[in-house]
Unconditional design. Structure first.
Length: 288
């Protein structure tokens, strides 16, 4: 008897319909249902994707408990969903980091993640291939990280979280963070960040890193790392966003983000955008 094909359900924004279809094809899973918060778009989305529809994310998560759940819509992965998602029979993946007020995020940070964030650069094949080279040439002295996407592929919050997780894993915790944001406003929470951002980070022993981030561009994740007498550049290259998400869905890699420290770095960057001054992440981390 042939093995049953895995199934996928997805909570999306209407403009993500094409991406969802591409991810289902790349991951070789059957898309059985989609949901969105915009009720008027549900019938046309279901017809276009030839799937069942659901108007509530909780119902989608429980009704299709035996299907992989992908939370694609920015800000839809909320703290209030975590306990429900932990009790699902099948995994939940998300391309949007956890959203909510900092107090709620702090409380949730020490618990088992309710969903796996994908694609995480620290889990990527390109980084896996580069690790031997990095170890051979010693501790990096400086790095530049570019992470950009369109609003369909994610949010600035997604790119900031991924970049901070990677840099923290490579360099450790920075002493100083200074960030600048091009947007209509600096939001009250990092999960609401949108636009273009640059971040400068300083670590012990005068090691430095810079980040270039945007959710209003094309997909790109690339790292340049410099150590003594050596430079290394790697990234996603020609791999499509859909394939990266598909790889994340099927990955058995258990690496997870160090949520408290990564959230502290993201909040320090947001505060720096708000104040126009550099921030010390260690002070923010005291909240956790």
């Amino acid at each position: 008897m042939a093995e049953k094909k895995p199934t996928l359900v997805a909570w999306i924004a209407p403009e993500q319909a094409k991406l969802v279809k591409e991810v289902a094809k790349a991951s070789k899973v059957k898309l059985v249902a989609i949901g969105t918060s915009n009720q008027s778009d549900l019938p046309s989305l279901g017809e276009a994707l030839k799937t069942e529809t659901c108007s509530d994310i909780r119902s989608l998560a429980t009704t299709y408990d035996d299907s992989i759940l992908w939370i694609a819509k920015p800000q839809a992965y909320e703290v209030e969903l975590c306990e429900l998602l932990r009790h699902r029979a099948t995994q939940t993946v998300t391309t949007t980091p956890l959203s909510g007020g900092m107090n709620d995020l702090v409380e949730e940070a020490g618990k088992t993640p309710a969903a796996k964030f994908i694609p995480l650069m620290r889990r990527s094949a390109s980084y896996g291939e580069a690790q031997d080279d990095i170890e051979q040439f010693g501790q990096p002295i400086s790095a530049h990280c570019t992470m950009t996407c369109s609003s369909v592929e994610g949010s600035l919050w997604s790119r900031l979280f991924d970049a901070m997780d990677f840099i923290h894993g490579l360099f450790g915790h920075p002493e100083i963070v200074q960030a600048f944001l091009h947007s209509n406003r600096v939001p009250d929470e990092p999960s609401d960040l949108r636009g273009h951002m640059t971040v400068n980070l300083q670590f012990q022993h005068n090691r430095v890193a810079t980040l270039l981030l945007s959710d209003q561009s094309t997909w790109k994740r690339e790292l340049q790392i410099i150590s003594e007498d050596h430079s290394l550049t790697f990234g996603d290259a020609e791999v499509t966003t859909a394939q990266l998400i598909a790889d994340g869905i099927h990955s058995t890699e258990t690496t997870s983000a160090d949520a408290p420290r990564v959230l502290a770095l993201c909040e320090a960057a947001r505060l720096s955008c708000l104040t126009g001054a550099s921030e010390q992440p260690s002070r923010v981390l005291e909240m956790f």
